[in-house]
Design a protein around this ligand. Structure first.
Ligand SMILES: [Zn+2]
Ligand SMILES: [Zn+2]
Length: 437
């Protein structure tokens, strides 16, 4: 999981008062970088006195630290104050900016502030923590005081942590937010976003500080398309929000707009969401590979609305915003009704959730579901039919396989009777695996 690089440099007295850089290579994308350094700043010497011992600790060396990214940008600088710093996309030691650790040539910025006459040897240790797939829970759709929510950014971040969420996206109506304005709270990845909010439809632009220039306003489909195109070019992940909500449905032509995911589950499960699921299902049947997503559209607590209701669960390579959003775009995800709702893993051959396999080579779907409640039903939905695979006789978890009779897609639904006497409703909806001819 970890790679350590160690090297020494020797600095001559003649270099005192100068700055220079020491390069090191990062060969793959890693999650975090920790840089430590050691040198004899205050070498000690003992002097025997007639009546005791004096230990001298004069400050003879002062070596400053900074870090430069492969693109030449200064990630941070800390003088000689810190001898250990950590940098990652989700948070860094104060004095260093949150930064994605891309492969390439990184540089330690060395400042030789004070050097002893005989010179000084400095030992550097760089620790690179590798990425690994993990399941993260979050909410892709939330509002703060900046629009019509009631909580501050900090309150939302702490609420997310208390709710058991690993990430939240801040998506205020037509309000851009800079990543620098987001609180750094241990254990919760904050994703900058904006809910582009228009009389003809709402969409989230996630992960970009400035998805478009000028205002949100658009009076023609072409003007709207330019906002979406700009967001796409600036790396935003675009979701089409609550497409069938009665007064806020999405009325632009989806064939004319770039987007990455379709919000099939917005807040509590209800008619508008069931219609969105049906529309998404039709897209899948038509051969489109459209990832589904969900979000609470949280503004404030009400009897049916809470942060993480529903919860977006992603299999991401790290907890960095870019890896979380990549998992959203690839459909490596499922939506569960609450942070403590059922969980799912799905695969076929080497293909994870959202992936594709050749049907003739791998016709079998592997399903594992946990946090099931007695009575929950697990069903597989394809273009042709929905088949009951399992009904839980008690609380527990289950491993299942299911053979595909023909190419196409297969996705999983877990249904639950939330209240006695009421019809079963989705407790979990997954993205598909695609079985290709
Ligand atoms: Zn909206
Ligand atoms: Zn919203």
């Amino acid at each position: 999981m970890q790679e350590k690089l160690q090297f020494n440099i020797h600095i001559e007295r003649s270099q005192q008062g100068t700055y220079f850089t020491v390069p090191f290579q990062v060969t793959e994308e890693v999650q975090s970088l920790t840089l430590e350094y050691e040198y004899p700043r205050r070498p000690q010497s003992n002097q025997v006195l007639a009546n005791g011992v004096f230990t001298a600790r004069p400050e003879v060396n002062i070596i400053d630290l900074g870090l430069i990214a492969p693109d030449g940008a200064q990630v941070g600088a800390s003088g000689s104050d810190k001898t250990r710093i950590r940098v990652s996309e989700t948070g860094s030691t104060p004095g260093y900016r949150p930064w994605r650790i891309d492969p390439g040539e990184w540089q330690i910025l060395v400042g030789a502030y004070k050097v002893a006459p005989e010179g000084v040897t400095v030992q550097y240790t760089v620790t690179l923590e590798r990425k690994a797939v993990r399941l993260l829970k979050g909410d892709l759709h939330t509002h703060t005081l900046a629009s019509d929510g009631v909580h501050t950014l900090d309150e939302l971040a702490f609420k997310a942590r208390r709710s058991g969420l690993d990430f939240i996206a801040i998506t205020d109506h037509n309000q851009m937010i800079s990543p620098d304005a987001l609180p750094q709270i241990d254990g919760v990845t904050m994703i900058p976003g904006i809910e582009w909010t228009h009389y003809q439809g709402h969409a989230n632009f996630l992960g970009s500080a400035r998805p478009y220039d000028g205002s949100f306003a658009a009076n023609t489909p072409e003007e709207a398309r330019r906002r979406f195109q700009s967001a796409r070019e600036r790396g935003a992940t675009i979701t089409i929000n609550h497409p069938y909500e009665e007064n806020y449905g999405f009325h632009f032509d989806l064939n004319e707009l770039p987007f990455d995911a379709y919000e099939i589950w917005n807040g509590p499960m209800r008619e508008a969401n069931l219609r969105a699921v049906a529309a998404w299902h039709q897209m899948l049947c038509a051969g489109q590979k459209v990832p589904a997503c969900g979000g609470s559209d949280y503004h404030r607590d009400t009897p049916f609305i809470f942060l993480g209701g529903p919860t977006m669960c992603v299999y991401a390579n790290s907890n960095g915003p870019s890896d979380i959003l990549e998992a959203v775009r690839r459909g490596r995800s499922f939506i569960t009704f609450a942070p403590d709702g059922p969980l799912l893993n799905l695969s076929a051959g080497d293909a994870p959730l959202g992936g594709s396999v050749k049907w003739e080579e791998h016709p079998e779907l592997q399903i594992s579901a946990e946090n099931l409640k007695a009575g929950d039903t697990v069903r597989v939905v394809t273009g042709a039919r929905a088949d009951l695979l399992f009904q839980a006789p008690a609380d527990g978890e289950v491993e299942l396989t299911c053979r595909m009779e023909s190419p196409g897609f297969a996705r999983i639904e877990i249904l639950r009777a939330f209240l006695p006497g009421l019809p079963m409703l989705p407790a979990l909806l997954s993205n598909p695996i695609y079985f290709e001819k």
